[in-house]
Design a protein around this ligand. Structure first.
Ligand SMILES: Nc1ncnc2c1ncn2[C@@H]1O[C@H](COP(=O)(O)OP(=O)(O)O)[C@@H](O)[C@H]1O
Ligand SMILES: [Mg+2]
Length: 271
């Protein structure tokens, strides 16, 4: 029986009306009664167009947003009930890779500093000396297909794909079990996307990671994910095994999305 690592239970999020330069904005219901359960070691895909609530859900999992209703459990523990010390420990175990590797690396920090920073933040758990942190950074770089010679370099010296590899190394630095991947390849050139996706597959096998993979790209999700949920305007429309959803979509929304795919490739050949 697979164990859930992440349970999202009836989560709703309403952003309140705000005052802006142009007057008041209306309330936005970003999520409406969303329930998802992610099993340990699987790759779970969340698909939806822009504005459907994907980032809101991701931020809620990181406890950066508080749901208006419902709850989120990590290994059975309700995030809302954790003490700040417990929440800090949780942050080491749940890490995120963002869409834009250009915006998410500090240009003034060397790769060594970027990759060792999470180790410093979580050093109460990791207990590594400075030398050990640098050694671990070098190991992580080789794990993502870079090398120790890159430790002293700066982000501007790297291509987009290499920068995303650095972001992945940083995300792995605290030894997480769950990686949230918010459109990790959509800012990259198509030729580089497949390489980064292959790297993610490889890392998952080697490290036994669980992925919560967010995308609007169905081909990518089909390639990488065991199960998929479709979200539309904050509501879950369909959820199931990837092959089932692609072969026999039930909802009109799923049929429309899959019907619009340029070419449905056989899983495993997409890269
Ligand atoms: N901080 C915020 N305040 C008000 N509305 C927001 C905020 N963040 C997101 N929204 C709105 O919530 C909805 C879902 O946004 P988001 O979660 O970013 O979707 P996605 O990541 O799928 O593009 C959108 O209508 C968006 O405009
Ligand atoms: Mg988003």
């Amino acid at each position: 029986m697979p164990e859930p690592i992440l349970q999202i239970e009836n989560v709703s999020k309403i952003y309140g009306a705000r005052r802006t330069l142009f007057g008041r904005t209306a309330e936005v219901q970003a999520l409406n009664n969303v329930s998802i359960s992610v099993q340990k070691g699987e790759s779970f895909g969340l698909v939806g167009e822009s504005g459907s609530g994907k980032t809101t859900l991701t931020r809620s999992i990181l406890h950066l947003e508080t749901p208006t209703a419902g709850r989120i459990l990590f290994e059975g523990q309700d995030l809302a009930l954790l003490s700040s010390a417990e929440l800090r420990r949780l942050r080491a175990r749940v890490q995120i890779v963002f869409q834009d590797p250009y915006a998410s690396l500090n240009p003034r920090m060397s790769v060594r500093d970027i990759v060792t920073e999470p180790m410093l933040v979580h050093n109460d758990i990791l207990n590594l000396s400075r030398v050990q942190r640098t050694d671990r950074a070098a190991e992580l770089l080789s794990l993502v297909g870079l090398g120790p010679q890159h430790l002293s370099r700066f982000p501007h010296e790297f291509s987009g794909g290499q920068r995303q590899r650095i972001c992945i190394a940083r995300a792995l630095a605290s030894g997480p079990e769950l990686l949230l991947l918010d459109e990790p390849t959509s800012a990259l050139d198509v030729s580089v996307q497949a390489q980064v996706l292959n790297l993610l597959c490889d890392l998952q096998d080697r490290l036994g990671l669980t992925y919560f993979f967010i995308s609007h790209d169905l081909a990518v999700v089909r390639y990488l994910c065991d199960r998929v949920a479709l979200i539309y305007r904050g509501e879950l429309v369909e959820e199931g095994e990837t092959d089932e959803i692609f072969d026999a979509p039930k909802s009109d929304y799923a049929k429309m999305l899959i019907g619009a795919m340029p070419e449905v490739k056989v899983r495993g050949n997409a890269a």
